[in-house]
Design a protein around this ligand. Structure first.
Ligand code: AMP
Ligand code: GLY
Length: 422
């Protein structure tokens, strides 16, 4: 099988690593890829948000399956074009990708199918939004409707903060994403992510994880794309996982199909869990980054069969062979991230690292310069390991991270604290 993966982050390195372990994988191309991915696949320069260019490239290279990593190509309709051309693709249509692109759309779907989520109201003018905030009181959550690079959400502890967020959003701080807002009830509990493959009709859970969104230890400081993750999430007991599947995921899939926009791809279900009861915080229409790294570390080559079955609409034939294991990934980021940071710094220690089925350094923002690895982004490396216990996985992930020679890099030393606390 010839496979094309779109993307260039740690998520795509992990996908490429897992897929390449499956004996069915003959040729693997990643576009655009990165310096770590180049060690195990061909990297190709390609405008991955241009549906026509991707379809042409896939046809020229006799690609049998395209796996789309990030959200932007999905929103741009790359999956639609490939499907229309008859090329198997893992990833939702642009219509179905609205589950991530529009908070208001997702809330409407939840209403229609009865999925438990925070109570909410939707506004297109600042005055009525403010009146609603005054009537509800704080804490309260204000969200820009469209994609705002993860920065469109304000969890306001006071009414004043919520009103200020409304002023920001309607003053154009988030571009067109702020012209509509969703205001939500503040939910208490613990967050976890649940990943489910969907073929338009059927659902196959592939794991749970917890991310660490803040830059600082103890979950302090500004939000990032994610500084580390582990799988499974202990709070996702069998009972809670089943409730999330039956009450949230399956009704959502049925409602999407009923509307003529079936969902096919991975559904990343962001949950808030209180007293074992899951409620939906948000959907993403792609794998999480760095959550994908721990999922792939646990699943290995079998993921290719599941992704293919998903793309071909025969997910009922797929299954996951579960191991009773744990995985952790620790993100090494450039000093200054998520603010401004240097690029092009030399990174040593990467050549002699162990690369096994249970310990891998996934690259995110790396490039090669004069034969050496250099940093080329904010999140740069993902030290990832698997173990019989979470503690074991953690020790082995940090061993890998500590072998990296990069004075300009930084990492959190407390990934997994919630699950490892005594
Ligand atoms: P979102 O982009 O919708 O995932 O929101 C970003 C983060 O804000 C989430 O991961 C939660 O930590 C927090 N959040 C969002 N909505 C709520 C809510 N209704 N109640 C409490 N926290 C929330
Ligand atoms: N790690 C969070 C995300 O991928 O959205």
């Amino acid at each position: 099988m010839n496979i094309l993966i779109l993307g260039s982050g740690g998520r795509e390195h992990a996908l490429a690593w897992a897929v390449s372990q499956n004996p069915k994988c003959d040729k693997l191309i990643v576009a655009p890829g990165n310096a770590g991915i180049a060690l195990l696949a061909d990297c190709a320069a390609l405008d991955i948000e241009a549906p026509g260019a991707v379809a042409e490239f896939a046809a020229e290279n006799a690609i049998d399956l395209v796996i789309i990593g990030p959200e932007a190509p999905l929103a741009a309709g790359v999956a639609d074009r490939l499907r229309a051309t008859g090329i198997a693709v893992f990833g939702p249509s642009a219509q179905a990708a609205q589950l991530e692109a529009s908070k208001a759309f997702t809330k409407e779907i939840c209403d229609a199918c009865g999925a438990p989520t925070a109570a909410y109201a939707h506004f297109t003018d600042a005055n009525s939004a403010k009146a609603y905030i005054r009537a509800q009181g704080a804490p309260i959550v204000v969200k820009a409707d469209g994609l705002a690079a993860g920065k469109g959400v304000t969890v306001a502890e006071t009414e004043e903060q919520a009103i200020a967020a409304i002023d920001d959003m309607f003053s154009g701080a988030f571009g067109s994403a702020g012209a509509e807002v969703v205001i939500e009830e503040f939910m208490t509990g613990e967050e976890a992510s649940f990943f489910v493959l969907c073929d338009g009709e059927n659902a196959l859970p592939i794991g749970t994880a917890q991310d660490h969104k803040r830059i600082g230890e103890g979950d302090t400081g500004p939000n990032t794309g994610g500084m580390g993750a582990y799988s499974p999430a202990p709070i996702m007991t069998a009972e809670t996982t089943d409730a999330a599947l039956e009450q949230i995921v399956k009704p959502t899939l049925a409602e999407m199909a009923r509307r003529g926009t079936p969902y096919q791809g991975v559904l990343y279900v962001g949950l808030m869990i209180e007293n074992s009861r899951p409620r939906l915080v948000e959907y993403n229409v792609r794998f999480g980054d760095p959550e994908c790294q721990v999922l792939m570390m646990r699943l290995g080559g079998q993921i290719l069969d599941a992704l293919q079955a998903c793309a071909e609409g025969r997910l009922t034939e797929a299954q996951i062979n579960w191991a009773d294991d744990h995985a952790m990934t620790v993100v090494l980021a450039a000093d200054g991230y998520p603010g401004s940071y240097a690029k092009g710094q030399k990174i040593g220690g990467l050549n002699g690292l162990p690369e096994t089925s249970s310990q891998m350094m996934f690259h995110a923002g790396t490039a090669k310069h004069e034969g050496e690895f250099v940093s080329s982004g904010g999140r740069v490396l993902n030290a990832t390991a698997r173990g019989a216990s979470l503690k074991d996985a953690r020790d082995r992930a940090y061993d890998l991270a500590d072998a990296v020679e990069w004075p300009g890099g930084t990492m959190r030393r407390d990934i997994g604290w919630r699950a490892l606390k005594p």
